[in-house]
Design a protein around this ligand. Structure first.
Ligand code: NAG
Ligand code: NAG
Ligand code: NAG
Length: 471
């Protein structure tokens, strides 16, 4: 057993080195500069690099076309094939307002498997949900509707469902690991359930909270624009603050020529993916024409930055400043620059609730009462386990597990005296275990055999191979 510890320590060191390497690699390679496109819904992929396009060319490509047609995305949003810790997420993405996609993170949610139309109909059919309509008149809000009624017509209607996730439905949603820290979770604001038959596109708009969008069904393309470019989206001329008047389905580049100056980010969000959309970032969400379900989770931003008293945000300063001086677009841009500025000094999250003591875990050796401390290599197994030979002969008389091999198998090394009466590293015992492990699928073989073998020199091993076997 003590050999195993050595092995584990080595592999831990190796693992840490590997993790550091990967992490360093991850940080130094800037995915966002990549121009490759995955499954693109617009025609903007695979065309000339941005620098190669003149204004005339961009106009030609983009005028009265969907947003993003005028030039390919300047940044492809980073995709992570794994979920990350809240500290990592907060320090490397949230604080820096850096969008990111977590691939496949929703696939283990119960909702991913359960939320068929039939299930939703039979479980929540009589609940009423708020509806919106694809015809974009935001102010003509259709009434609530029973879910069973919606499900019977959504395939052929302009309506889509947007409402808070019912408390009962939350049982099917796994809170993403990246948010499992009270310094974020205590600022949760709202969660939305979103369902439609797809083919929808949102306006280009901002949300004032941090937002992760979790795609349960369907595929989405998300275009994101830093608030730094707010005025190029004509934010000051908008009828509704925070919702650009530009029609993203057919951008009028005669009326809105500055759109061509915008550098935008593009994310392909597939079934099961999660995308992080930073607070105050302009975004447009395009859903493929297919059954769509998503859960969006919003939380209030930057709780710990508020502790930085000496750095008030420009939005707070604004109250005392001449309003003429700042346009809405400029404020958003200033705010973003400030956010980037302070991101370096943001205190790391503490996530106190995550701090679980080692004493809350059990180690295998804890399960053996009064186990003496390890004696170093070659200690007698019986001694180590605090057992007497007589205990081994009568396993039914004690509920300990004195042997790593299958005690119930009469052929197992647990019943082979050479392995118990002598040092367990004796060659007779090892030869027996080798033969046994060729015949039986036993956890002890995986657990013990490699440890015993690492102790052997190659000449000793040859000797063992040639020994007569007691098996
Ligand atoms: C929903 O369930 C009701 C019965 O409770 C059934 O009459 C209706 O056809 C179902 N609708 C859908 C869309 O499955
Ligand atoms: C709506 O479409 C989905 C597949 O896209 C299908 O499973 C469902 O049965 C349809 N519902 C109705 C009421 O036609
Ligand atoms: C960013 O920080 C620098 C120096 O710390 C300061 O001069 C500048 O005004 C800051 N910019 C913003 C937008 O806060």
């Amino acid at each position: 057993m003590h050999f195993l510890r050595t092995i584990q320590i080595f592999s831990l060191v190796e693992f840490l080195c590997l993790a550091n390497f990967l992490l360093g690699h991850e940080q130094s390679s800037d995915h966002t500069e990549s121009h490759s496109c995955g499954d693109q819904y617009s025609e903007s992929c695979n065309i000339a690099k941005n620098g190669d396009l003149t204004n005339e060319e961009m106009f030609e490509r983009g005028h009265m076309k969907p947003f993003g047609s005028h030039r390919p995305p300047d940044y492809i949003v980073e995709e992570l094939p794994y979920m990350i810790s809240p500290e990592d997420f907060y320090m490397n993405y949230v604080v820096k307002h850096k969008p990111v996609v977590f691939k496949g993170a929703v696939k283990y949610w119960p909702a991913y498997a359960k939320w068929t139309d039939e299930y939703l109909n039979s479980t929540y059919g009589s609940e009423r949900f708020h509806m919106e309509t694809r015809d974009d008149d935001k102010w003509n809000i259709p009434p609530d509707m029973r879910l069973d009624e919606f499900l019977s017509q959504y395939n052929h209607s302009n309506r889509y469902l947007v409402d808070e996730v019912l408390p009962d439905m939350r049982k099917d949603v796994v809170l993403p690991l990246c948010l499992r820290c009270e310094e974020m979770s205590s600022y949760f604001f709202v969660s939305y359930f979103w369902m439609s038959t797809g083919g929808t596109s949102s306006a280009i708009h901002i949300d004032t909270d941090e937002n992760i969008l979790c795609v349960i069904r369907g595929h989405k393309a998300v275009h994101m624009v830093s608030p730094v470019y707010s005025t190029y989206l004509y934010s000051d001329e908008a009828r509704v603050l925070g919702v650009s008047d530009i029609n993203p389905q057919a951008v009028d580049l005669e009326k809105y020529p500055n759109v061509m100056k915008i550098k935008y980010h593009s994310a392909m969000v597939e079934e099961g993916d999660i995308v992080y959309i930073p607070q105050m970032w302009w975004h447009q969400v395009i859903s493929r024409p297919e059954r769509q379900q998503a859960v969006a989770l919003w939380w209030k931003s930057k709780p710990s930055l508020k502790k930085l008293g000496r750095l008030a945000s420009p939005l707070q300063q604004l109250k005392s400043v001449d309003k003429e001086k700042y346009s809405f677009g400029n404020i958003l841009a200033e705010y973003e620059l400030w956010m980037q500025n302070v991101s370096d000094i943001a205190p790391r999250l503490e996530c106190k609730a995550q701090q679980i003591f080692m004493s809350d875990y059990q180690f295998e050796s804890d399960k053996i009462e009064d186990a003496p401390q390890t004696q170093g290599d070659g200690g007698h197994l019986e001694e180590e386990l605090g057992l007497k030979k007589s205990d081994l002969d009568k396993p039914e008389n004690n509920n300990l597990k004195p042997c790593d091999f299958d005690y119930t198998n009469k052929k197992s090394p647990c019943h082979f005296s050479s392995c118990w009466e002598e040092d367990e590293t004796n060659n007779k015992c090892i030869r027996y275990i080798l033969d046994y492990c060729l015949h039986y699928d036993d956890r002890g073989c995986v657990h013990q055999l490699p440890q015993l073998m690492t102790k052997l020199g190659s000449s000793e091993y040859k000797e063992i191979q040639q020994m007569p076997s007691d098996f």
